[in-house]
Design a protein around this ligand. Structure first.
Ligand code: ZN
Length: 317
């Protein structure tokens, strides 16, 4: 009964105006064990469950195939795609492994600086807060004094500092991180990113490799040239690894007109990207109008019923 009801509900929302719409889900990192420093991280077990639910009630397609079917007006009802942003090593060790078991082709949007450094800027900050001496009770940076006297306060302060730095330029961010490492006398975070070999193997197994800039800047905070280079560099590095064109892009942070604008959409078009994904919530209704502002959505529910109904209702948003 549940399966039948859900199918009717999803079909109704999916093809309201005659054309079928596409739901694209976004994932980031998944973890094998609960990390109290990152309580919001999705567990691997929940990710595996969600893939089973998706296969049971929806039609899971790769992004290139789904977009191709939309262009031919042949997209089936209840179609969904999976995307995974950033490129941490769990993309290979956990996510890719599960995708292979389930025979699902997903798209990975990778920040290429991580391949060189082993992590991105926010992980560097998390590492400072994890490593700093337990005798330290305060940390002053950017004119703000953060309370680091307990584990819980460290976690809260870490998130506040990440929020504070998110909308700074890359140069400002880097200066603050260098200062932070000096003050706390912490060492480099361990390598926790995809390697070139991982990326090539995933590509050869049919996963789509997409660009996500080099260092994960907020494009709207940077000059035209910096934004252009950040996008272009990540495209070239990934193309060099997979020996094929990189056709898709996901905007860092991804909110239209807050994190990226029409100028960046034009850059992508000129560089030859076929489509770009935002993080604005909704489904893909009209590819000709939304090619460089494609919306995504991921339900947060922990039960099959709620997760699937929320995803189904997103078809009409
Ligand atoms: Zn990202």
């Amino acid at each position: 009964m549940f399966n039948w009801l859900l199918r009717q509900y999803a079909n109704y929302h999916c093809s309201k105006n005659g054309k079928n719409r596409l739901n694209i889900l976004t994932y980031h990192r998944v973890s094998q064990t609960f990390n109290p420093f990152k309580p919001k991280e999705l567990s691997w077990d929940m990710f595996k469950e969600q893939l089973v639910w998706l296969k049971r009630h929806f039609i899971v397609l790769s992004l290139p195939i789904a977009l191709d079917l939309i262009e031919k007006n042949q997209l089936p009802p209840r179609a969904v795609c999976l995307t995974i942003d950033d490129g941490y090593s769990d993309c290979y060790h956990l996510i890719f492994k599960t995708l292979q078991e389930q025979n699902i082709k997903a798209s990975f949007f990778i920040c290429t600086d991580g391949i060189v450094n082993g992590f991105l800027w926010d992980e560097e900050i998390a590492n400072v807060f994890l490593q700093m001496s337990t005798t330290r009770t305060e940390l002053s940076i950017l004119g703000v004094t953060f309370d680091v006297s307990t584990y819980a306060k460290r976690q809260k302060s870490m998130l506040s500092l990440i929020e504070l730095l998110k909308y700074k330029t890359l140069i400002e961010r880097e200066l603050v991180i260098n200062e932070l490492c000096q003050i706390t006398q912490t060492t480099k975070a361990p390598y926790s990113f995809l390697t070139k070999a991982n990326i090539l193997e995933m590509h050869q197994a049919g996963m789509t490799i997409g660009a996500h800039t080099h260092k994960h800047p907020i494009l709207c905070c940077e000059t035209y040239d910096v934004a252009y280079n950040q996008i272009h560099k990540s495209k070239l590095i990934l193309e060099d690894i997979i020996s094929e064109k990189v056709d898709y892009f996901a905007y860092p942070n991804g909110k239209y007109q807050k994190d990226f604008n029409i100028e960046h959409m034009d850059m992508l078009k000129n560089m030859g990207f076929k489509a770009a994904l935002s993080t604005n919530w909704g489904s893909l209704k009209d590819l000709s109008k939304e090619r460089y502002t494609i919306k995504r959505f991921t339900p947060w529910d922990g039960t099959e019923k709620r997760f699937c109904f929320r995803l189904a209702s997103n078809f009409s948003k």
